[in-house]
Design a binder for this molecule. Sequence first.
Ligand code: HAM
Length: 454
Amino acid sequence: MSEGAGKAQEKRKIQAIKGVRDILPPETALWNRVEQTAHEVFATYGFTEIRLPIFEETELFARSIGAETDVVSKEMYSFDDRDETSISLRPEATASVCRAYIQHNMQQLPQPVKLYYMGPMFRRERPQKGRYRQFYQIGAEVLDRVRPADTISGDLVKELRRDAVIDAEVIEMLTTFFEKTGLEGTALYLNSIGCKECRPKYVELLRAELAKVKDKLGADSQRRIETNPLRVLDSKLESEQPYIEKLPRIADHLCKDCAEHYVAVKRELDLRGVKYHENWRLVRGLDYYMRTTFEITATGLGSQNAVCGGGRYDGLVELLGGRPTKGIGFAIGEDRLILSLQEVVKRSSDTGVQSPLATRHSPPLYIACMGERAYATALGAAKTLRNAGFRVELPPVEQKFGIALGRAVQLGAQYALILGDNEVSSGEWTLKTLADGSQRKVTEQELIAAIRSL
Ligand code: HAM
């Protein structure tokens, strides 16, 4: 490489990778408040937090999500570790929660075990608004070991009710969380996709019906007739809609237990006042689901409007080598939630209505000081004020008072503490209200009370 080329290389501005972004202030404040709301709401429902690894053995995801799914077959970031184990950045966290449940013997704990998590996930999808390659989820999972006593007594009605109550409570928690964040225009879509008894029969029926209209379908759906006919129901392609609408619906083909469970879930949701729309085409893209599936959409998101997806996954823990265990959970797309909330904040500032998560930063208090002695006093004052919870700006270089006050206004400060030689010698500090220029004298002892009273 010539020296010139080397220099050009050095100067190339390195950008974040496509589909991966920085989340900058002040937006990060909104992210924190959303996460704080999740911690608070989930705790009231008895959930505790689990922190999971960012990467896992590839096989964990292949076995749980399904090797043929888009997520596993096309979208994972996988690499061989030095010992040649295949490793993948996590595309979701349900599989990891199940792995951790088995690994840490959580079957021994009082059941159900209720866990939540938040953090980045990675999928190599085509980036667009609301769809990123590193995105963030806030999710929760309920794991419920199948109790031998119930299996022996065979009290299926009780079991179905227990499952339905858990499903409905998880969904209720979600709607409570969304309400607390101030998210608007949400809609909850609900379906049951049956179990390993009834779904294969339905899938065969669907395949046969799809074969009859194959030439009317697009290439993707044609391929899916063979690989995964359920996914055809997901299609948004306009020209396919009239044919899809006429296909047999799973609700008419559920086995007795699945049908009863679905009725029970809807009853439990009704009892909790949770509104939902049934959507027989909601099949979800991950293989582990059975019975209940749901999605929540929100406004302001364009085509990527699913802000949350979830469902039941009895049998997944067993598939990963654990004891028979039932499971249900969801994951919220935090990026999409934030996008939609920003729309709410924009609208509410137009209408003057305060959104629950609107920025609530207190303005800083600016300390302007001149001289070495004043600087030492300022350091002490800043520490005391910060300990008391005030936001304090102390400039890193000495500024003339006029410049300091200008900077204070720029930073949105309402008050400035002025410390010069006079103040330090007399012990009487100057507290200035920037809006009207008025000043008052306060001692160090009076400072905090004086600021609080302003
Ligand atoms: P999922 O539907 O694949 O489900 O993802 C859940 C949510 O994550 C989506 O509704 C969406 O809001 C967000 N999301 C997914 N991919 C992206 C992306 N590329 N960019 C931005 N947001 C995205 C799951 O992941 C399951 N683990 C949910 C679950 C938990 N089911 C049971 N328990």
